[in-house]
Design a protein around this ligand. Structure first.
Ligand SMILES: Cc1ncc(COP(=O)(O)O)c(C=O)c1O
Length: 411
């Protein structure tokens, strides 16, 4: 956050208009133009108060409801799956590819085919049954899923595609297309840690005018006029119709103005993230103890998930080895995180669908072997070097502890 964001917030505070209005409308136009500068796709952006609410609105607009099954990756934050349950539909998890962190299109095809035949999602009668109606690819860490393959599977099974693009702004393929603007609906997050932020917030994008109209009404209580329209249109502000039981999911102008300032810097912040990631890649890619993250043109570099290579210590790539790395880094004053604990291991989903940890082996392997290193725009070269040195030292310490007989842990 810099002086641009401060000035934007003050501008709104002084304007006398605090809730959703002119700033949110401008933010929407600017965001849509960032994804589709020519405007040819007819992409519309709708500002919301979180990606979670945006995902909920997206599925609701696609008509998802009880008896339906939505397919998604277990390698995600709980928002992706919980919104399916908000609507009374069920979640079918599909494993990620080996080492990719991203949903495997072939596994997606197989699970959708089972559901379409009236079988349960998994071979031994476990998992949900019901109509497969949608898939939610998650562009983990900013890495885009294989959307062409997913589109083919979706077309084969008649699935709507709702992209969880919470991590993936901005991301442009060489052909100009952007992750998040490739499915029926895409949803971005502006949560505090994301690549651009409003503290809390999100943006829904779609080129389908019917979906856009539904999402627009449902984010604002199911009222047929937006708040801004009620106060700027000639028609009396008090006159409106409630046409659905909607939600209160609008983004206030105070946050939208901050988002506009962030959007204006998004390209520069991406370059900074990329140069930090490049330094990490250079430091770790030739070190046999580590695996650097897969990458591609459109990677937004939201996270830097470093994997520990099998055989790094006596325990191999189990979570214990990774956990020791995190502890050792913590002791060295370096904060790391784990993205994500796979959702199928969470008590709610494991209980509801009778899932076992081993059901999605690639997700489990990625989880057990990965830790997310610090990465943020403005991180200095010195800070990056400090992290690199600390990771190397922590790897030595983590391996030593594993090798030491119990009770004789070297300090
Ligand atoms: C993959 C993914 N999807 C959705 C969300 C939800 O975003 P928000 O906090 O804006 O609701 C997050 C948040 O961290 C996320 O990581």
């Amino acid at each position: 956050m810099g002086s641009e964001e401060e000035e934007a917030a003050i501008r709104v505070l002084r304007s006398g208009w605090l809730t959703t209005g002119r700033e949110a409308l401008e933010f929407e136009k600017e965001f849509a133009a960032a994804l589709d500068p020519s405007g040819e796709s007819g992409l519309r952006a709708l500002a919301v108060n979180s990606a979670t609410s945006g995902l909920h609105l997206a599925l609701e607009a696609c008509g998802v409801g009880p008896g339906d099954v939505v397919l998604t990756s277990p390698y995600t934050f709980t928002s992706t799956a919980e919104v399916i349950r908000y609507l009374g539909a069920d979640v079918a998890f599909v494993d990620v590819g080996p080492g990719s962190y991203l949903i495997d299109p072939d596994a997606l095809d197989r699970t959708a085919a089972r559901l379409a035949e009236g079988l349960s999602a998994y071979a031994d009668g476990r998992g949900p049954t019901g109509r497969p109606v949608a898939v939610m690819p998650v562009h983990f860490a900013g890495l885009p899923c294989d959307m062409d393959a997913i589109a083919r599977v979706a077309a084969r099974h008649g699935l709507r595609v709702v992209e969880d693009a919470a991590h993936s702004f901005p991301s442009r393929f060489p052909d100009g297309r952007c992750a998040g603007a490739l499915g029926d609906v895409g949803v971005f997050s502006f949560y505090a840690t994301k690549t651009i932020t409003t503290g809390e917030g999100g943006m829904v994008v779609t080129a389908d005018p019917e979906l856009a109209a539904r999402i627009s009404v449902m984010r604002s209580h199911g009222i047929d006029r937006s708040i801004w329209n009620r106060y700027t249109d000639r028609k009396a502000s008090w006159r409106y119709a409630v046409i659905e039981a909607g939600f209160k999911y609008n983004l206030p102008d105070l946050l939208a103005a901050v988002g506009r300032a962030q959007l204006a810097k998004a390209g520069r912040m991406l370059e900074m993230r990329r140069s930090i990631a490049a330094r990490y890649d250079q430091a770790f890619s030739s070190d046999p103890r580590f695996r650097t993250p897969p990458t591609g043109f459109a990677d937004a570099r939201h996270l830097y998930p470093l994997r520990l290579a099998a055989g790094m210590d006596a325990a191999g790539t189990d979570a214990a080895g990774r956990n020791r790395m995190i502890d050792a880094l913590q002791e060295a004053g370096i904060g790391t995180s784990v993205h994500f604990i796979p959702l199928h291991t969470m008590p709610y989903y494991a209980g509801r669908y009778k899932l076992r940890d081993g059901d999605f082996p690639n997700a489990m392997e990625s989880f057990s072997a990965s830790l997310s290193l610090p990465i943020w725009p403005g991180m200095s070269d010195g800070q990056v070097d400090r992290v690199i040195a600390a990771v190397r030292a922590a790897a030595v310490r983590a391996a030593c502890r594993e090798a030491a007989p119990s009770g004789r842990t070297p300090v």
